[in-house]
Ligand binder design. Structure first.
Ligand SMILES: *Cc1c(COP(=O)(O)O)cnc(C)c1O
Length: 431
């Protein structure tokens, strides 16, 4: 966290309240420069809004040259409202509905990733109805992904994409009126921090593309190799470098014949994880049957909702000394602590085995590297507490301060026949 020293965080917490997400835009810019610089020249780099749809971050990444990879109507609208060129957006997801495809086509999305013959045919129907021709890439599930890094999303039975063997056995099912398939999409894993392993994954992905292309013989415009660029999450650490990666990919791309396709990559985590920190304030410290509990004003409603799904390792909160009346905060040797949040459930634990120094009520704790999969990957609506403020800063000062607002909205009245009047009513408004 480059420009975010304890005093600055203390000031921001006092001004905006806690829990508080702080995003350092200088750090975001540096991460974008590092990743785009590690890819072959001319590559497209998509920002996956799933990692963090916070509009100021999206706007910044678009300004830097990223494209938007979205998988919901709300992510698409955020990207477009943040200045994305619709024709450069990629729309993905394994269960796209006609309603969302209609919306995406109406807004001018230029490229879809399709996951199956059903998905492809549905896109074709929607495009014909809209009087346009859609462009799509076919998501492949490779047969043989190397195991053992991050979350595998390939090389195993998967709801994502189509098995390469299926494509080879029934190539005719992978065509549809209204859609032109112009390439392939492979996204098979996430959070890989080793360049050798990542390069190997891309090589295997390209093998899968080669095998599918033998059967489909598309006019190959684009190969989206996905990503998997790792980053430490909710613990101290810095983004890994990718020495030699561009060369490895360029080499593996040889031999496709025809005009060389554009190569695309996607990243959420690597681009935004390091720029964000969550600041919480200690509300209580007590000992229960020999175990010390530190209870903060933000818990799994602000961070780590996905931890409950056992998909992320324990969160590590770093204690930050607080000046003023609680000046002794953060002092003394670290000791074993359960770090709990404010929710009325025993599940609201940010870390069951934290090592924290002596802290007192009023002290701040800072959890680093949570710019990705932070707030929107958490149980924001559970117990209905106000969402944390989100502030983005850079060397020039505070650049934006926003708060996510979740509340109920009235649906159009139901007609006696069970239909809905007016709007089709199947698009919940979340703002
Ligand atoms: C989740 C996802 C990403 C982003 O993954 P990161 O690990 O955040 O980089 C990119 N592409 C697809 C298709 C995804 O599902």
């Amino acid at each position: 966290m480059s420009s975010l020293g304890p005093e600055r965080l203390e000031r921001l917490a006092a001004e905006y309240g806690t829990p508080l997400y702080v995003y350092d835009l200088d750090e975001l810019r540096a991460a974008y420069a590092d990743l785009s610089g590690a890819l072959p020249t001319g590559s497209h780099l998509f920002y996956s809004l799933k990692a963090n749809p916070h509009p100021p971050l999206v706007r910044e990444l678009l300004d830097l040259g990223a494209r938007a990879e979205v998988c919901s109507p709300s992510e698409l609208d955020t990207a477009l409202d943040s200045g994305a060129d619709a024709s450069a957006c990629l729309y993905t997801g394994p269960a796209k509905t006609e309603t969302e495809l209609d919306h995406a086509l109406a807004r001018g999305v230029g490229l879809f990733s399709v996951d199956s013959p059903t998905d492809l045919a549905r896109l074709g129907r929607c495009a014909r109805r809209a009087g346009t021709a859609a462009k799509a890439i076919l998501r492949l599930n490779p047969a043989d992904y190397p195991r053992g890094a991050g979350l595998a999303m390939g090389g195993a039975p998967s709801q994502f994409g189509a098995d390469v063997a299926w494509v080879r056995e029934q190539p005719d099912r992978f065509r549809a009126d209204g859609v032109e398939l112009v390439g392939y999409h492979v996204y098979a894993g996430t959070n890989i921090d080793d360049v050798e392993r990542l390069a190997t994954w891309f090589e295997v992905a390209l093998d899968a593309v080669r095998q599918a292309q033998e059967a489909l013989r598309l006019r190959l415009e684009i190969i989206d190799l996905g990503g998997g660029f790792g980053h430490p999450y909710a613990r101290p650490g810095t983004r890994p470098p990718w020495p030699g990666l561009a060369g490895r990919i360029t080499e593996a791309l040889g031999g496709f014949g025809g005009p060389p396709p554009v190569v695309a990559f996607e990243s959420g985590r690597y681009l935004v994880c390091g720029c964000g920190a969550l600041v919480v304030r200690v509300q209580d410290v007590k000992t229960s049957q020999g175990t010390r509990f530190v209870i903060a004003d933000g818990g799994i409603n602000a961070l780590g909702g996905m931890q409950g799904l056992r998909r992320v390792p324990p969160i590590m909160a770093e204690a930050l000394p607080a000046p003023g009346a609680n000046g002794a905060g953060g002092s003394g040797a670290a000791s074993r602590t359960v770090l709990a949040g404010p929710l009325c459930t025993a599940l609201d634990l940010l870390n069951q085995r934290a090592e924290l120094p002596g802290v007192r009520p009023g002290d701040l704790l800072v959890i680093p590297n949570v710019g990705a999969y932070g707030l929107t990957a958490s149980l924001v609506a559970f117990l209905g507490r106000t969402a944390p403020a989100e502030v983005s800063v850079d060397a020039r000062g505070v650049r934006s301060a926003l708060r996510l607002d979740l509340r109920y909205g009235e649906l159009p009245a139901a007609r006696p026949d069970g239909g809905l009047t007016g709007d089709r009513g199947d698009r919940a408004e979340m703002r």
